[in-house]
Ligand binder design. Structure first.
Ligand SMILES: Cc1ncc(COP(=O)(O)O)c(C=O)c1O
Length: 395
Protein backbone atom coordinates (compact mmCIF):
# COMPACT_ATOMS: atom_id res chain seq x y z
CA UNK A 1 0.00 0.00 0.00
CA UNK A 2 1.43 3.41 -0.88
CA UNK A 3 2.33 5.88 1.84
CA UNK A 4 -0.64 7.33 3.64
CA UNK A 5 -3.13 5.27 1.65
CA UNK A 6 -5.49 2.42 2.52
CA UNK A 7 -6.32 1.16 -0.97
CA UNK A 8 -7.77 4.23 -2.69
CA UNK A 9 -8.63 5.89 0.66
CA UNK A 10 -6.68 8.30 2.83
CA UNK A 11 -4.08 10.74 1.51
CA UNK A 12 -3.42 14.40 2.24
CA UNK A 13 -6.02 16.75 0.78
CA UNK A 14 -5.01 19.91 2.58
CA UNK A 15 -4.31 23.56 1.79
CA UNK A 16 -0.69 24.51 1.10
CA UNK A 17 -0.59 26.47 4.36
CA UNK A 18 -0.86 23.21 6.32
CA UNK A 19 1.64 21.22 4.27
CA UNK A 20 4.69 22.23 6.34
CA UNK A 21 2.92 21.38 9.59
CA UNK A 22 1.81 17.97 8.35
CA UNK A 23 5.29 17.19 6.96
CA UNK A 24 6.88 18.21 10.25
CA UNK A 25 4.44 15.91 12.08
CA UNK A 26 5.21 12.99 9.77
CA UNK A 27 8.99 13.36 10.21
CA UNK A 28 8.67 13.63 14.00
CA UNK A 29 6.29 10.68 14.29
CA UNK A 30 8.42 8.43 12.07
CA UNK A 31 11.37 9.21 14.29
CA UNK A 32 9.74 8.92 17.72
CA UNK A 33 7.59 5.86 17.05
CA UNK A 34 10.80 3.82 16.99
CA UNK A 35 12.49 5.72 19.81
CA UNK A 36 12.94 3.62 22.94
CA UNK A 37 12.85 6.55 25.35
CA UNK A 38 9.62 7.89 23.78
CA UNK A 39 7.97 4.48 24.00
CA UNK A 40 9.14 3.93 27.58
CA UNK A 41 7.78 7.35 28.61
CA UNK A 42 4.47 6.67 26.88
CA UNK A 43 4.16 3.26 28.50
CA UNK A 44 4.81 4.78 31.90
CA UNK A 45 2.09 7.41 31.33
CA UNK A 46 -0.43 4.87 30.02
CA UNK A 47 0.13 2.55 32.97
CA UNK A 48 0.76 4.88 35.89
CA UNK A 49 -1.35 7.87 34.86
CA UNK A 50 -4.14 6.51 32.67
CA UNK A 51 -4.48 3.21 34.56
CA UNK A 52 -3.73 0.72 31.81
CA UNK A 53 -4.11 -2.09 31.11
CA UNK A 54 -7.87 -1.57 31.17
CA UNK A 55 -9.85 -4.53 32.48
CA UNK A 56 -11.34 -7.22 30.26
CA UNK A 57 -14.42 -8.02 32.30
CA UNK A 58 -16.57 -11.13 31.93
CA UNK A 59 -20.14 -9.82 31.94
CA UNK A 60 -21.66 -12.86 33.65
CA UNK A 61 -25.10 -11.38 34.28
CA UNK A 62 -25.52 -10.12 30.71
CA UNK A 63 -24.25 -13.45 29.36
CA UNK A 64 -26.77 -15.41 31.44
CA UNK A 65 -29.62 -13.07 30.58
CA UNK A 66 -28.93 -13.17 26.84
CA UNK A 67 -28.32 -16.92 26.92
CA UNK A 68 -25.68 -17.53 24.27
CA UNK A 69 -22.09 -16.47 23.64
CA UNK A 70 -19.96 -15.30 26.55
CA UNK A 71 -19.76 -11.52 26.65
CA UNK A 72 -16.56 -9.77 27.70
CA UNK A 73 -16.37 -6.00 28.08
CA UNK A 74 -13.15 -4.13 27.32
CA UNK A 75 -13.39 -1.46 29.99
CA UNK A 76 -11.96 1.68 28.36
CA UNK A 77 -14.49 3.54 30.52
CA UNK A 78 -12.19 2.84 33.48
CA UNK A 79 -9.29 4.81 32.03
CA UNK A 80 -8.41 8.13 33.66
CA UNK A 81 -10.78 10.78 32.16
CA UNK A 82 -13.33 8.06 31.37
CA UNK A 83 -12.75 6.93 27.80
CA UNK A 84 -10.35 5.50 25.22
CA UNK A 85 -9.49 9.02 24.05
CA UNK A 86 -6.68 9.34 26.62
CA UNK A 87 -4.62 6.60 24.86
CA UNK A 88 -4.20 8.71 21.76
CA UNK A 89 -4.00 12.05 23.57
CA UNK A 90 -1.09 10.99 25.79
CA UNK A 91 0.77 9.75 22.70
CA UNK A 92 0.16 12.88 20.64
CA UNK A 93 0.83 15.31 23.49
CA UNK A 94 4.10 13.57 24.34
CA UNK A 95 4.99 13.88 20.66
CA UNK A 96 4.08 17.60 20.76
CA UNK A 97 6.38 18.06 23.75
CA UNK A 98 9.24 16.29 21.95
CA UNK A 99 8.62 18.64 18.99
CA UNK A 100 9.01 21.60 21.41
CA UNK A 101 5.45 22.79 20.89
CA UNK A 102 3.99 24.75 23.79
CA UNK A 103 0.32 24.81 22.82
CA UNK A 104 -2.13 22.08 21.84
CA UNK A 105 -5.49 22.50 20.15
CA UNK A 106 -8.22 19.89 19.74
CA UNK A 107 -11.75 19.41 18.41
CA UNK A 108 -14.30 17.55 20.44
CA UNK A 109 -17.79 16.11 20.00
CA UNK A 110 -18.89 14.32 23.17
CA UNK A 111 -16.24 16.27 25.07
CA UNK A 112 -14.24 13.15 25.98
CA UNK A 113 -11.41 13.98 23.60
CA UNK A 114 -11.44 17.60 24.79
CA UNK A 115 -11.29 16.50 28.42
CA UNK A 116 -8.41 14.13 27.64
CA UNK A 117 -6.55 16.92 25.77
CA UNK A 118 -7.13 19.40 28.61
CA UNK A 119 -5.89 16.78 31.08
CA UNK A 120 -2.70 16.08 29.13
CA UNK A 121 -2.06 19.82 28.72
CA UNK A 122 -2.35 20.28 32.49
CA UNK A 123 -0.01 17.34 33.05
CA UNK A 124 2.59 18.59 30.54
CA UNK A 125 2.15 22.25 31.52
CA UNK A 126 1.02 23.32 28.05
CA UNK A 127 -1.56 25.79 26.82
CA UNK A 128 -4.76 24.15 25.52
CA UNK A 129 -7.68 25.35 23.41
CA UNK A 130 -10.61 23.10 22.53
CA UNK A 131 -13.17 23.72 19.79
CA UNK A 132 -16.67 22.36 20.37
CA UNK A 133 -19.96 22.84 18.52
CA UNK A 134 -22.64 24.86 20.30
CA UNK A 135 -25.10 21.95 20.07
CA UNK A 136 -22.60 19.58 21.70
CA UNK A 137 -21.79 22.16 24.39
CA UNK A 138 -25.45 22.04 25.40
CA UNK A 139 -25.79 18.26 25.43
CA UNK A 140 -22.39 17.59 27.03
CA UNK A 141 -22.23 20.47 29.52
CA UNK A 142 -20.51 18.39 32.19
CA UNK A 143 -17.47 17.90 29.97
CA UNK A 144 -17.31 21.63 29.18
CA UNK A 145 -16.97 22.38 32.91
CA UNK A 146 -14.36 19.65 33.25
CA UNK A 147 -12.24 21.13 30.44
CA UNK A 148 -12.47 24.61 31.93
CA UNK A 149 -11.56 23.30 35.37
CA UNK A 150 -8.50 21.64 33.85
CA UNK A 151 -7.38 25.04 32.56
CA UNK A 152 -8.36 24.76 28.89
CA UNK A 153 -10.08 27.48 26.90
CA UNK A 154 -13.25 26.10 25.29
CA UNK A 155 -14.23 27.84 22.05
CA UNK A 156 -17.88 27.59 21.07
CA UNK A 157 -18.32 26.82 17.36
CA UNK A 158 -21.51 28.36 16.03
CA UNK A 159 -21.22 27.53 12.32
CA UNK A 160 -22.97 24.81 10.29
CA UNK A 161 -24.69 22.10 12.31
CA UNK A 162 -22.74 23.28 15.41
CA UNK A 163 -21.42 19.75 15.96
CA UNK A 164 -18.19 17.77 15.57
CA UNK A 165 -17.71 18.39 11.83
CA UNK A 166 -17.79 22.15 12.40
CA UNK A 167 -15.44 21.82 15.38
CA UNK A 168 -12.92 19.99 13.14
CA UNK A 169 -13.23 22.77 10.50
CA UNK A 170 -12.50 25.42 13.09
CA UNK A 171 -9.56 23.55 14.65
CA UNK A 172 -7.95 23.06 11.22
CA UNK A 173 -8.42 26.78 10.51
CA UNK A 174 -6.83 27.65 13.85
CA UNK A 175 -3.90 25.32 13.16
CA UNK A 176 -3.18 26.84 9.75
CA UNK A 177 -3.11 30.31 11.34
CA UNK A 178 -0.59 29.33 14.04
CA UNK A 179 1.67 26.37 13.38
CA UNK A 180 4.99 27.42 14.95
CA UNK A 181 4.11 26.71 18.57
CA UNK A 182 0.88 24.71 18.10
CA UNK A 183 0.21 20.98 17.75
CA UNK A 184 -3.21 19.79 16.59
CA UNK A 185 -4.14 16.77 18.76
CA UNK A 186 -6.66 15.11 16.44
CA UNK A 187 -9.14 12.88 18.23
CA UNK A 188 -10.09 10.16 15.77
CA UNK A 189 -8.58 7.93 13.09
CA UNK A 190 -9.40 10.45 10.37
CA UNK A 191 -8.00 13.61 8.76
CA UNK A 192 -4.95 13.87 6.51
CA UNK A 193 -2.05 11.41 6.65
CA UNK A 194 -0.30 10.76 9.05
CA UNK A 195 -3.18 11.24 11.54
CA UNK A 196 -5.18 8.07 10.70
CA UNK A 197 -2.02 6.01 11.28
CA UNK A 198 -0.89 7.89 14.38
CA UNK A 199 -4.30 7.57 16.05
CA UNK A 200 -4.60 3.90 15.06
CA UNK A 201 -1.14 3.11 16.40
CA UNK A 202 -1.84 4.79 19.75
CA UNK A 203 -5.26 3.11 20.04
CA UNK A 204 -4.11 -0.34 18.93
CA UNK A 205 -3.14 -1.02 22.54
CA UNK A 206 -6.84 -1.90 23.01
CA UNK A 207 -6.70 -4.99 20.76
CA UNK A 208 -3.19 -5.89 21.94
CA UNK A 209 -4.50 -6.08 25.49
CA UNK A 210 -7.74 -7.88 24.53
CA UNK A 211 -5.69 -10.59 22.84
CA UNK A 212 -3.34 -11.05 25.80
CA UNK A 213 -6.07 -10.87 28.45
CA UNK A 214 -8.43 -13.24 26.67
CA UNK A 215 -5.66 -15.71 26.09
CA UNK A 216 -4.92 -15.66 29.80
CA UNK A 217 -8.58 -16.15 30.73
CA UNK A 218 -9.84 -18.46 27.96
CA UNK A 219 -6.77 -19.58 26.01
CA UNK A 220 -8.41 -18.61 22.75
CA UNK A 221 -9.31 -15.83 20.37
CA UNK A 222 -12.73 -14.16 20.49
CA UNK A 223 -15.30 -15.13 17.85
CA UNK A 224 -16.44 -11.52 17.49
CA UNK A 225 -15.14 -8.07 18.44
CA UNK A 226 -17.68 -5.22 18.38
CA UNK A 227 -17.03 -1.48 18.70
CA UNK A 228 -18.91 1.73 17.93
CA UNK A 229 -17.68 3.91 15.07
CA UNK A 230 -17.67 7.69 14.99
CA UNK A 231 -14.52 8.81 13.19
CA UNK A 232 -13.29 5.33 14.05
CA UNK A 233 -10.59 5.44 16.74
CA UNK A 234 -11.83 3.05 19.45
CA UNK A 235 -12.97 0.61 16.78
CA UNK A 236 -9.71 0.59 14.80
CA UNK A 237 -7.92 0.23 18.15
CA UNK A 238 -10.12 -2.73 19.12
CA UNK A 239 -9.81 -4.36 15.67
CA UNK A 240 -6.22 -3.73 14.63
CA UNK A 241 -4.40 -6.70 16.16
CA UNK A 242 -7.15 -9.07 14.95
CA UNK A 243 -7.17 -8.02 11.30
CA UNK A 244 -4.93 -10.93 10.29
CA UNK A 245 -6.86 -13.41 12.47
CA UNK A 246 -9.40 -14.14 9.76
CA UNK A 247 -11.60 -16.26 12.05
CA UNK A 248 -12.31 -13.29 14.30
CA UNK A 249 -15.39 -11.43 13.08
CA UNK A 250 -15.03 -7.65 13.41
CA UNK A 251 -18.15 -5.50 13.61
CA UNK A 252 -18.35 -1.70 13.62
CA UNK A 253 -21.57 -0.07 14.83
CA UNK A 254 -22.47 3.26 13.28
CA UNK A 255 -25.14 5.60 14.59
CA UNK A 256 -28.36 5.24 12.60
CA UNK A 257 -29.88 8.14 14.58
CA UNK A 258 -33.61 8.09 13.86
CA UNK A 259 -33.08 5.48 11.11
CA UNK A 260 -30.85 5.02 8.07
CA UNK A 261 -33.77 5.78 5.78
CA UNK A 262 -34.32 9.18 7.37
CA UNK A 263 -32.20 12.32 6.93
CA UNK A 264 -31.53 12.19 10.70
CA UNK A 265 -28.69 9.70 10.61
CA UNK A 266 -24.90 9.47 10.95
CA UNK A 267 -24.57 6.03 9.34
CA UNK A 268 -21.80 6.84 6.90
CA UNK A 269 -21.21 3.37 5.47
CA UNK A 270 -24.95 2.70 5.08
CA UNK A 271 -25.77 6.07 3.59
CA UNK A 272 -22.54 7.73 2.46
CA UNK A 273 -20.51 7.86 -0.74
CA UNK A 274 -16.81 8.18 -1.46
CA UNK A 275 -15.65 11.78 -1.20
CA UNK A 276 -12.98 14.08 0.17
CA UNK A 277 -13.40 16.02 3.42
CA UNK A 278 -11.27 17.06 6.36
CA UNK A 279 -8.10 16.25 4.43
CA UNK A 280 -8.86 12.64 3.53
CA UNK A 281 -10.60 10.44 0.96
CA UNK A 282 -13.18 8.18 2.54
CA UNK A 283 -16.93 7.65 2.89
CA UNK A 284 -19.02 10.69 3.78
CA UNK A 285 -22.74 11.44 4.06
CA UNK A 286 -23.40 13.78 1.15
CA UNK A 287 -26.17 15.65 -0.59
CA UNK A 288 -26.98 14.88 -4.24
CA UNK A 289 -24.57 17.68 -5.21
CA UNK A 290 -21.69 16.27 -3.18
CA UNK A 291 -21.95 18.72 -0.27
CA UNK A 292 -21.48 17.22 3.18
CA UNK A 293 -24.92 16.33 4.54
CA UNK A 294 -25.69 17.23 8.14
CA UNK A 295 -25.33 14.17 10.38
CA UNK A 296 -27.51 13.37 13.37
CA UNK A 297 -27.23 11.02 16.33
CA UNK A 298 -28.34 11.16 19.94
CA UNK A 299 -24.66 10.52 20.65
CA UNK A 300 -22.43 13.57 20.17
CA UNK A 301 -19.36 11.34 19.70
CA UNK A 302 -20.92 9.46 16.76
CA UNK A 303 -22.56 12.54 15.24
CA UNK A 304 -20.02 12.89 12.42
CA UNK A 305 -20.82 12.58 8.68
CA UNK A 306 -17.69 10.58 7.86
CA UNK A 307 -15.56 7.61 8.77
CA UNK A 308 -11.77 7.23 8.89
CA UNK A 309 -10.10 6.03 5.65
CA UNK A 310 -8.83 2.72 7.06
CA UNK A 311 -12.44 1.81 7.88
CA UNK A 312 -13.47 2.65 4.31
CA UNK A 313 -10.83 0.17 3.16
CA UNK A 314 -11.84 -2.49 5.70
CA UNK A 315 -15.43 -2.09 4.49
CA UNK A 316 -14.46 -2.36 0.84
CA UNK A 317 -12.34 -5.46 1.46
CA UNK A 318 -15.17 -6.88 3.62
CA UNK A 319 -12.80 -7.56 6.54
CA UNK A 320 -15.07 -5.57 8.84
CA UNK A 321 -18.85 -5.57 8.78
CA UNK A 322 -20.48 -2.22 9.49
CA UNK A 323 -24.02 -2.15 10.83
CA UNK A 324 -26.19 0.68 12.17
CA UNK A 325 -27.93 1.12 15.51
CA UNK A 326 -30.68 3.68 16.14
CA UNK A 327 -30.95 6.14 19.05
CA UNK A 328 -33.80 4.09 20.50
CA UNK A 329 -31.82 0.86 20.37
CA UNK A 330 -28.76 2.51 21.92
CA UNK A 331 -30.85 3.87 24.79
CA UNK A 332 -32.27 0.36 25.32
CA UNK A 333 -28.81 -1.13 25.68
CA UNK A 334 -27.62 1.84 27.81
CA UNK A 335 -30.32 0.86 30.29
CA UNK A 336 -29.71 -2.87 29.90
CA UNK A 337 -26.01 -2.65 30.77
CA UNK A 338 -26.68 -0.24 33.64
CA UNK A 339 -29.32 -2.49 35.19
CA UNK A 340 -27.74 -5.86 34.40
CA UNK A 341 -24.09 -5.22 35.18
CA UNK A 342 -24.07 -1.98 37.17
CA UNK A 343 -22.02 -0.38 34.39
CA UNK A 344 -23.31 2.86 32.86
CA UNK A 345 -21.73 3.00 29.41
CA UNK A 346 -21.23 6.06 27.22
CA UNK A 347 -24.15 6.35 24.81
CA UNK A 348 -21.57 5.87 22.03
CA UNK A 349 -20.50 2.49 23.47
CA UNK A 350 -24.16 1.52 23.99
CA UNK A 351 -24.43 1.31 20.18
CA UNK A 352 -21.88 -1.53 20.21
CA UNK A 353 -23.49 -3.20 23.21
CA UNK A 354 -26.85 -3.23 21.45
CA UNK A 355 -25.52 -5.31 18.61
CA UNK A 356 -23.90 -7.73 21.08
CA UNK A 357 -27.35 -8.14 22.65
CA UNK A 358 -28.75 -9.15 19.25
CA UNK A 359 -25.90 -11.46 18.36
CA UNK A 360 -25.18 -13.31 21.63
CA UNK A 361 -28.43 -15.37 21.79
CA UNK A 362 -27.79 -16.62 18.23
CA UNK A 363 -24.32 -17.91 19.12
CA UNK A 364 -23.22 -20.96 21.07
CA UNK A 365 -22.13 -20.85 24.70
CA UNK A 366 -18.51 -21.68 23.89
CA UNK A 367 -18.15 -18.64 21.64
CA UNK A 368 -16.94 -15.26 22.88
CA UNK A 369 -17.97 -11.71 22.02
CA UNK A 370 -15.76 -8.82 23.13
CA UNK A 371 -17.50 -5.42 23.25
CA UNK A 372 -15.40 -2.29 23.49
CA UNK A 373 -16.94 -0.07 26.16
CA UNK A 374 -15.23 3.05 24.84
CA UNK A 375 -16.34 5.35 27.66
CA UNK A 376 -18.42 5.85 30.73
CA UNK A 377 -21.91 7.30 30.66
CA UNK A 378 -21.97 9.95 33.38
CA UNK A 379 -21.86 12.64 30.70
CA UNK A 380 -25.03 11.20 29.11
CA UNK A 381 -27.29 10.70 32.09
CA UNK A 382 -29.21 14.00 31.89
CA UNK A 383 -29.49 13.76 28.12
CA UNK A 384 -30.97 10.25 28.41
CA UNK A 385 -33.43 11.49 31.04
CA UNK A 386 -34.55 14.27 28.63
CA UNK A 387 -34.81 11.75 25.78
CA UNK A 388 -36.97 9.46 27.85
CA UNK A 389 -39.21 12.33 28.93
CA UNK A 390 -39.65 13.39 25.29
CA UNK A 391 -40.57 9.87 24.18
CA UNK A 392 -42.56 8.84 27.23
CA UNK A 393 -45.86 9.07 25.39
CA UNK A 394 -44.62 6.94 22.52
CA UNK A 395 -43.41 4.02 24.62
C1 LIG B 1 -16.91 7.45 24.65
C2 LIG B 1 -16.74 7.64 23.17
N1 LIG B 1 -16.84 6.55 22.40
C3 LIG B 1 -16.71 6.65 21.06
C4 LIG B 1 -16.51 7.88 20.44
C5 LIG B 1 -16.43 7.92 18.95
O1 LIG B 1 -15.15 8.23 18.48
P1 LIG B 1 -14.24 7.18 17.76
O2 LIG B 1 -15.02 6.60 16.64
O3 LIG B 1 -13.08 7.97 17.30
O4 LIG B 1 -13.85 6.14 18.76
C6 LIG B 1 -16.41 9.03 21.22
C7 LIG B 1 -16.20 10.35 20.60
O5 LIG B 1 -16.29 11.37 21.19
C8 LIG B 1 -16.53 8.91 22.63
O6 LIG B 1 -16.46 9.96 23.43
Amino acid sequence: MSKGKFGIYGGQFIPETLMNAVNELETAYNHFKNDKQFNDELKYLLNEYAGRPSRLYFAKNATEKLGGAKIYLKREDLNHTGSHKINNVLGQTLLAKKMHKTRIIAETGAGQHGVAAATAAALFNMECEVFMGQKDIQRQALNVFRMQLLGAKVNFVKTGTKTLKDAVNQTMREWSSRIDDTFYVLGSAMGPYPYPEIVRDFQSIISKEIKEQLFEKESKLPSVVIACVGGGSNSIGAFYNFINDKKVKLIGCEAAGKGVDTPKTAATIARGRVGIFHGTKSYFCQTKNGQIAPAYSISAGLDYPGIGPEHAYLHETKRVEYISVTDKEAVESFEFLSKTEGIIPAIESAHAMYYAMQLAPKMSKDEIIVVCISGRGDKDVTMIADYKADYKDLQ
